[in-house]
Design a protein. Structure first.
Length: 252
């Protein structure tokens, strides 16, 4: 082998023109993309900042929970106060209604009781409590101008004299009868109470059995007693005895 022969070096491959151009182009594209991204990012930040700053002008600020709770508590307190006030007024109204109902019921009860008592109350009464007569109707004697026009009750001086009927009373003086009380009943009948010492009721309405005068000895009288007469319709005197008995009363 000939050491002196020199090895012929293999020829180096030639770079492709396309690769040489392409590599720098890729780098350039990368730089361009980064730059574009940077520019795009800057613009986006500014836009977001502008939007964020403009938000307070277009939307209300959020309400803090403590403030909202305070407002709600105030509203609830107002509702409770209104409910309490309504309940109090309703209670007072109901109390007034109940009171009026009780008063009406009490009034009705009293009226019914008064009507019951009135129905039971005697409408006629003897003129004195003492029974017995000393002179009868129609008797003749020196003590009377003609005949006796009534009946006499021999009672002591100052004995209470009572109304024989309901009605209206008036008083007068008469020389023969002395002090008189004349009672006119609802049907027009007059009862006369004569020779009185005084009148307790000189005018006005009375009820049967009510004390209207006191017996005496006034006028043409021979001693203390009550002279009693009955005049139907205010006319002539009639015998008081059958009239009294007709109303369930007997003076004997």
């Amino acid at each position: 082998m000939n050491r002196g022969r020199r090895r012929t070096p293999s020829p180096r491959p030639k770079r492709s023109a396309l690769l040489t151009v392409a590599v720098p182009s890729v780098c350039a594209l990368g730089v361009t993309a980064v730059a574009a991204a940077s520019v795009s990012g800057v613009g986006s930040d500014k836009k977001d900042e502008s939007t964020t700053q403009a938000a307070p002008d277009t939307a209300a600020a959020p309400v803090k929970p403590s403030v909202a709770n305070s407002k709600l508590d105030s509203q609830l307190a107002g509702v409770r106060e209104g409910a309490d006030d309504f309940r109090d007024r309703a209670s007072r109204t109901q109390e007034r209604i109940d009171l009026q109902a009780r008063q009406a019921a009490e009034k009705k009860r009293k009226e019914a009781e008064a009507a019951r008592k009135e129905a039971l109350r005697p409408k006629f009464a003897l003129p004195v409590a003492q029974h017995g007569l000393s002179a009868m109707f129609g008797q003749a004697g020196i003590n009377w101008m003609s005949v006796h026009t009534g009946i006499d009750f021999p009672v002591s001086y100052g004995t209470p004299v009572m109304a024989a009927t309901d009605g209206t009373v008036r008083t007068q003086w008469n020389d023969a009868y002395g002090n008189m009380v004349i009672l006119t009943s609802p049907d027009g009948t007059e009862t006369w109470y004569c020779h009185l010492s005084s009148a307790k009721i000189r005018s006005g309405t009375v009820k049967a059995g009510e004390t209207i005068a006191y017996s005496g000895n006034s006028g043409n009288s021979t001693g203390p007693h009550l002279h009693f007469e009955v005049h139907p319709g205010g006319g002539a005197a009639v015998d008081p005895l059958p009239w009294l008995r007709g109303h369930g009363l007997d003076p004997n």
